[in-house]
Each structure stands twice: as structure tokens, then as C-alpha cells.
Write a protein that binds this ligand. Structure first.
Ligand SMILES: C[S@@+](CC[C@H](N)C(=O)[O-])C[C@H]1O[C@@H](n2cnc3c(N)ncnc32)[C@H](O)[C@@H]1O
Length: 431
């Protein structure tokens, strides 16, 4: 029941899955569940969204006529049941029975109860042959998203990115010291970027060795790169303008900088403070809008890790392509341009500015930087040079910008491979 309601909220109302499944502020039907059922509902939803195209193809194949366009609830009931039968360890009969009961209980779907039963039983009966075929025929992504990926990366790279989106992302940790030792202690893999990668968690993250002692924090390997592009920042005055939850603030503080972390949202600023406290790291936290922020002195280094469409994080957030659209990409690119222009005013002459975000769309990355340079004669590109940082080398474009996609960083197995899509560029203010 809850899974169908939440899927409707994601698909029809474009609400983010993280918000809906927040333990304190999430959807009331989600919060009414016990912890085990919450975990199951989240697993059903991430699966239903990750494989939405495949599931739709299998449903369509069992229907004589397409469902009416307004049959939203019926469609969600079918998707939730099919996700369980096809990808999760739920007995087919249990998933079908529950879907039929649900269809009967809702006046919008009650007359389709027999159809639900028939379609789902057929999907179950044929799944061994039909599932691989359907996986091969669909992209499991909405058309707008596939079109933009192909335009930006070409057919082959876009296909690799879409294939990576079908896998759950591993958990990456940034460790303070002795990455090799921590990889061994936690049964993880040491990545070429220096992060420690755990294929998956068997229990709560907070129960892992080193959590309470603040020895590491969760941060995707790609997300760990932008803050390192300043080089040696020990003793420098650095500001992190969009700071929470604080993965990059923690890196800057750990590197010995005097950090001012700015964050608009008071709740997120609190989370940032809690995270830094656990890690035993310190930064001056300012809760303010960066457009209103007027520091007493300019900074040696400014990091702008701007809000974005988050299309680089689809492996972790499979709702993103279904809740966002091209209009969001455009709107956010405009916001980033304004933020970057403001960030530049906070840099000392001779100081550095790094702009980053986790979008795969060039409109929010490469294009923002091109326009910024064209309209800011006091700022120049400060290309990341090959060999300057070993971790960045495989991901540099011809302008010395960092561009990662989930298709990158191939490791021993697909489950251990990939990284978030990220963009980062470095600038210097002329003296
Ligand atoms: C992509 S997240 C930053 C992630 C963070 N840098 C990290 O590594 O953990 C963007 C953050 O910017 C904050 N933000 C959005 N608009 C802002 C503004 N105008 N001024 C300051 N912070 C803002 C959001 O609340 C959000 O926490």
C-alpha cells in the first residue's frame, strides 16, 4: 500500500524519494511502518524506479491495449508488484495477491482486479525468458534524459552510463589517514583515487569500526575530488559556499585550512555541525544565503559546490530522471551562473576558485564555465594539468576540467566499479 502511494508521489507529483522516505519528515504512510517494512518499501521503490522501463515493457507486452493515460493508480499497483517479482526476493504469489487485494480495495482500480491478476501471473510465468529480452530492449530512463546523455557523450558512452545506472552504487569512504589500513580493517578496496570502497553494507554504517572515532566519512570517490584541486591549503583562508552535509568542508578542514562553511538551510547547517563534531574537525559555520554573505575579508580559496540537477547520482537516486526534466537543468544552470559570479567576488587577487557539481549535463558544467570566463575578465581558467593530481588524470578534458561519469573507474567487478558523475573547474583571480 505504502509503496504504491510513494511511487505515485514520485512519478505523478515529482517528489524526491529521499524526502518521502526520510525517517523524521517523510510521507506519513512511510513513517507509520516499522523499520523492517521501511527498508522493504525503500528497496521496492528504488528497484521499481531503477528498472522502470523494463517493467513497463513487460507490463505492456501482457496487455492487449495500452492502459488509459489516466490509469495512474493501476499502473503503480502493477509496477510495485512486478518490481518485487522480477528483482526482489518476494514470492510471486504473495506479490500478486497483495496487488489484487489492493486493486479491489480502491474504487479507482476495483474493476481492474482481474486484469491485475492476469497480467502479473503472466509476467511471473514468463519472466525467465522475457526479463533478459526486456532488459536488452530498454534504457530504463525517460526519453529526455537519454536524449541529453547521447547529445553530450555520444551513443556508446551514454549506453555505458545507462548500464551503470542499473547497478546499486557501492559505499565510498574518505579516510583521514592510512587508507590501505582502513581498506583492510573494513574489508574494502583501496581505489586509485585514495577512497576506500565497500561493495555493500551488511548493517548500519554507524556500527562500522572507526565511525564513532571519526576516522572516515561517506563520500563518493568523485565527490572527493573537487576540494583537493586547490593543492596545499594548510593555513589558508578557505570558504565552502554550499557546505552541507559537509564532505568537502571536512576535507578542507582536515587539510589544515581555516575554513568558513556557509549553508543556507538551518537544518542542513545543523547536520554539518554534527558531522564535523564526530570527525573532530572544525570550521566556522555561517548559516546564510551566499548572495547576502559579506565577509570581513576575502579568501585565498573559494569552493562553490553548487546545487544541481544531481543527474550524476542516479545510481543512488534512481528517482532523479523521473522527477526532474530539461526545465530543471536550465533553471539550475542559471542559478549556478549567478552563484559563480558571486563566488568570484569573494576571492582575493591571486586566489583560487573551484566550481563543482554532481550533474552530468554540460549545461550545468562546461557551459557555465565558458560563459563565466567570457564575462569575467578578472578571472582566468586555471586548468588542472596532467600529472598534477594522479586521482584526476583519467578524468581531465581538453580544457583541464574534471569530468567524471558513472561509466568511469572500472574495477575488478561491475559491483565495485563506477563513480558519481561530477564536474569541477578551477579559476584564478588576476592580481
Ligand atoms: C550540492 S549540496 C552541497 C554538498 C556539500 N558541498 C558536500 O560536499 O557535502 C548544495 C548545498 O547548497 C546549499 N545552498 C543552496 N542554495 C544556497 C545559497 N544560496 N547559499 C548557501 N547555500 C546554499 C543547499 O542547502 C545544499 O546544502
Amino acid at each position: 500500500m505504502a509503496a504504491t502511494k510513494l511511487l505515485a508521489a514520485v512519478i505523478d507529483a515529482k517528489t524526491s524519494l529521499d524526502g518521502l522516505t526520510d525517517h523524521d519528515h517523510g510521507h506519513p504512510q512511510f513513517r507509520a511502518l516499522d523499520m523492517r517494512d521501511r527498508a522493504l518499501v525503500r528497496a521496492i521503490l528504488t528497484t521499481a524506479l531503477r528498472f522502470r522501463g523494463t517493467i513497463q515493457a513487460l507490463i505492456d507486452a501482457r496487455l492487449e491495449r495500452k492502459l488509459p493515460a489516466n490509469a495512474h493508480t493501476l499502473s503503480h499497483v502493477l509496477h510495485v508488484a512486478a518490481a518485487q517479482m522480477l528483482f526482489l526476493d518476494v514470492p510471486d504469489s504473495a506479490a500478486v495477491d497483495l496487488a489484487v487485494t489492493q486493486a479491489k480495495a480502491d474504487p479507482r482500480t476495483t474493476r481492474f482486479a482481474a486484469l491485475v491478476n492476469g497480467v502479473l501471473r503472466e509476467i511471473a510465468r514468463r519472466k525467465e525468458r522475457a526479463l533478459p529480452a526486456a532488459l536488452g530492449q530498454t534504457d530504463d530512463a525517460p526519453e529526455w534524459f537519454v536524449t541529453r546523455l547521447r547529445a553530450a557523450y555520444g551513443e556508446a558512452h551514454a549506453a555505458d552510463i545507462l548500464a551503470a545506472h542499473r547497478l546499486e552504487a557501492p559505499v565510498d569512504l574518505t579516510v583521514k589517514t592510512d587508507a590501505e589500513g582502513w581498506a583492510q580493517k573494513l574489508g574494502g578496496t583501496l581505489l586509485p583515487t585514495g577512497s576506500v570502497r565497500l561493495e555493500k553494507l551488511d548493517g548500519p554504517l554507524t556500527a562500522l569500526t572507526g565511525f564513532d572515532a571519526g576516522e572516515w566519512w561517506v563520500q563518493d570517490a568523485a565527490a572527493s575530488m573537487p576540494a583537493r584541486l586547490f593543492g596545499d591549503i594548510a593555513g589558508l583562508a578557505v570558504t565552502d559556499l554550499c557546505a552541507a552535509p559537509g564532505g568537502k568542508t571536512a576535507q578542507l578542514a582536515h587539510a589544515g585550512a581555516k575554513v568558513t562553511a556557509l549553508e543556507l538551510s538551518p537544518n542542513r547547517a545543523k547536520r554539518l555541525a554534527t558531522n564535523l563534531e564526530r570527525l573532530g574537525l572544525s570550521a566556522a559555520i555561517v548559516t546564510d544565503d551566499l548572495f547576502a554573505y559579506e565577509p570581513a575579508e576575502l579568501f585565498d580559496a573559494v569552493l562553490l559546490d553548487a546545487p544541481c540537477s544531481s543527474t550524476g547520482t542516479v545510481r543512488r537516486h534512481p528517482d532523479v530522471p523521473w522527477t526532474k526534466g530539461p526545465q530543471d537543468v536550465e533553471k539550475l544552470a542559471g542559478l549556478q551562473a549567478r552563484m559563480l559570479a558571486h563566488a568570484a567576488t569573494l576571492v582575493k587577487p591571486g586566489g583560487r576558485l573551484v566550481f563543482s557539481n554532481c550533474s552530468l549535463d554540460p549545461l550545468e558544467g562546461e557551459d557555465v564555465c565558458r560563459d563565466f570566463l567570457a564575462s569575467h575578465p578578472d578571472m582566468q581558467a586555471d586548468p588542472i594539468l596532467p600529472g598534477e593530481f594522479a586521482f584526476a588524470d583519467p578524468f581531465l578534458n581538453e580544457r583541464g576540467e574534471l569530468r567524471t561519469t558513472p561509466a568511469g573507474m572500472k574495477q575488478a567487478t561491475p559491483a565495485l566499479s563506477g563513480l558519481d558523475g561530477f564536474f569541477a573547474a578551477r579559476f584564478r583571480k588576476l592580481t
